[in-house]
Ligand binder design. Sequence first.
Ligand SMILES: O=C[C@H](O)COP(=O)(O)O
Length: 266
Amino acid sequence: MAAATPTEKNARTPLMAGNWKMNLNHLEAIAHVQKLAFALSDKDHDAVETAVLVPFTDLRSVQTLVDGDKLKIKYGAQDISSHDSGAYTGEVSGPMLAKLKCTYVAVGHSERRQYHAETDEQCNEKVRAAYKHGLTPILCIGEGLDVRKAGEQVPYTLAQLDGGLKDIPADQAESVVIAYEPVWAIGTGEVATPEDAQEVCGAIRARLAELYSQELADQVRIQYGGSVKSGNVAAIMAQPDVDGALVGGAALDAEEFVKIVRFRDQ
Ligand SMILES: O=C[C@H](O)COP(=O)(O)O
């Protein structure tokens, strides 16, 4: 499939999501979201969807702030249990996240895959759990350095895509967000070149067209993640198949994250 045309790209609202990982307690979360809300104008929100993926312990505070002040910032969690309830110590379920009015939930972040041995099958169950409870999954996929060095980044990443979306029907998959995060670029300062990002994001869109339809593929948002900063976001966002960023470290600095949201000004 050819890369997305400018028209197709313009039809997709960019999504800038800050993945806070295990940072910022619930009080710091309130202060941080207040800073974002103060800085971002209606014009910013019209142009770019802005979201924060926060630790579980921050969700209730962020919900109260967003609801109370009618903020346009979206929020969500960094993981979801594949189970609805029961004896699963330490897990947090879809119904719990839905009750907190989360919009998004990250599934299969490379740190979950690496430190918790999450498999594509488990990611697939989590994608199902998200849809079952009205949450939008941000399915994270991407290759490690060894795979990149072997030049196998496209087939490797597409296998993760196939696994994560296995048997997910089109009426659900049409709203999925895919985050392409080459593991070697996460938290390392080693950003993929815009061409590296486009190569895999374009291949992801082509696979979505094969799995579902061209129409569905044209509407799914594909993010790039890995050492995104205000200084490199514009070049990455200029790529035809990149529709946003999943931002780790730089999202912990409210001013820097606002600059990333305003990537068109950089
Ligand atoms: O979820 C975010 C990614 O892991 C990227 O993290 P980073 O921006 O700190 O490299």
